[in-house]
Design a protein around this ligand. Structure first.
Ligand SMILES: [Zn+2]
Length: 413
């Protein structure tokens, strides 16, 4: 079964960091170019598989293996998009970019299992292959690899799989996720055929229900407050701009800060959730069709805010790549009515929502986002799900998501 080792790398000189940054940035540049061309082709009704010719441009920086690896991950993203495209139930969007115009490229790469080595000992280190141009420029030998000191210890030992390296700009560190295949010694408590569904929202960022009848809620309170504070700061900086000016260094900085903090919380959330799901034996995760509105109960303003916050496509790309690491399939499903359908009796016209609670004339009441994820799961799996235990609620403390003991489900004040 697949497991993931997570650790940091700490470049021991400015030169090492510079080379690493160039590799990550070139990877993102390759991803974005390929994505841009494929999106153009797709929207023009052409085949996206005709896009090539990137190899020569990147091979001397990234090495051939890494150039191919990134193109392959991009292929996979498009293939899964096309698989969903012909299904009338789904409404997928094409794969998105790493980073955006405000923040620049997201530093990230994927390294194939034969293009790196890790030595685990008191002074652990990771060595990755780099392209000939970088070797020449920095005086590396023909077969020399970039050597990066590792902080942390492996949780799992086994056959090494793909490596993902990305820069975490909030913690200011280079984070590595290594996929590892280990012998099936301790099988999960189920056969891995369980499923889960999640619902994205605002007060609660993610509500999730599993067929093992567990429910999770990730509170949006802290991340949303931070997002709102920075949004207000942007607005007041914009108001002070002289006539004819539309932006300033300060405004650009604020935008960057805003999305970095959000990405940090969201990335940590997805990983926390997916690890829990994997431990519960979940092999398929469903999410709602995110192109629609978040629910008729939201005001237009709240809806816009939530959509700005979420950067949906980016979030789903991220979710897909984390799930892939853990061997979990991702499926999209229409979420029409899910947040107002009573899970007990199916009523949807006479249910009422007050704040986060959905009540039904049949006597049911429950957290609306959890109801939505449960209904989505029941539709996706065609089974009845009866969550028994209390939902687990998580709060964000700027570093990690931690379960809040004995908390009630609705802290909406
Ligand atoms: Zn009912």
């Amino acid at each position: 079964m697949k497991r993931t080792n997570t650790f940091d790398i700490a470049p021991d000189s400015e030169t090492t960091e510079e080379i690493l940054t160039r590799v990550l940035d070139a990877s993102a540049s390759l991803w974005n170019k390929l994505t841009y061309d494929r999106r153009q082709q797709f929207f023009d009704g052409e085949s996206v598989w005709e896009c090539d010719g990137y190899y020569d441009e990147y091979v001397d920086v990234l090495s051939g293996a890494t150039t191919q690896q990134i193109a392959r991950v991009n292929d996979t993203a498009w293939r899964s998009f096309f698989e969903l495209l012909n299904d009338p139930e789904y409404d997928p969007s094409p794969p998105g970019y790493w980073g955006n115009q405000d923040d620049g490229r997201e530093l990230r790469t994927y390294i194939r299992n034969d293009s790196y080595t890790i030595q685990w000992n008191r002074r652990s280190r990771l060595e990755i292959r780099i392209g000939m141009d970088l070797k020449d420029e920095y005086g590396f030998g023909m077969y020399e690899r970039l050597r990066l000191p590792v902080r942390g210890n492996p949780k799992w030992r086994g056959d090494s799989g793909r490596l993902e390296i990305s820069y975490d700009s909030v913690e200011e560190t280079y984070r590595v996720h290594q996929s590892v295949t280990i012998d099936d010694v301790e099988e999960s408590r189920s056969d891995g055929s369980e499923a889960a569904a999640l619902d994205l929202g605002a007060n609660v960022l993610v509500a999730c229900t599993t067929t093992t009848e567990e429910q999770y809620l990730y509170s949006g309170q802290t991340p949303f407050e931070q997002f709102r504070e920075t949004t207000n700061a942007i607005a007041s900086a914009q108001a002070k701009l002289p006539d004819g000016r539309h932006t300033s260094q300060r405004i650009k900085r604020l935008y960057r800060k805003r999305s970095r903090r959000r990405d940090h919380a969201v990335n940590a959330l997805l990983r926390d959730l997916v690890e829990r799901l994997e431990a519960a034996g979940v092999s398929t995760l469903y999410h709602g069709d995110l192109t629609g509105v978040l629910g008729e109960y939201w005001s237009v303003e709240a809806n816009l805010k939530a959509q700005t916050f979420w950067a949906h496509r980016q979030c789903i790309d991220r979710l897909e790549s984390v799930c892939e690491e853990y061997g979990i399939d991702v499926g999209a499903l229409s979420e029409a009515w899910t947040s107002q359908t009573c899970p007990e009796c199916g009523e949807r016209d006479r249910t009422r929502r007050h704040r986060e609670t959905l009540t039904c004339p049949c006597g049911f009441d429950g957290h609306a986002d959890l109801v939505a994820s449960r209904t989505l799961l029941e539709r996706a799996t065609n089974t009845t799900v009866r969550p028994t235990a209390r939902p687990v609620r998580f709060q964000w403390d700027d570093h990690q998501w931690f379960p809040v003991e004995g908390a009630t489900v609705t802290p909406n004040e």
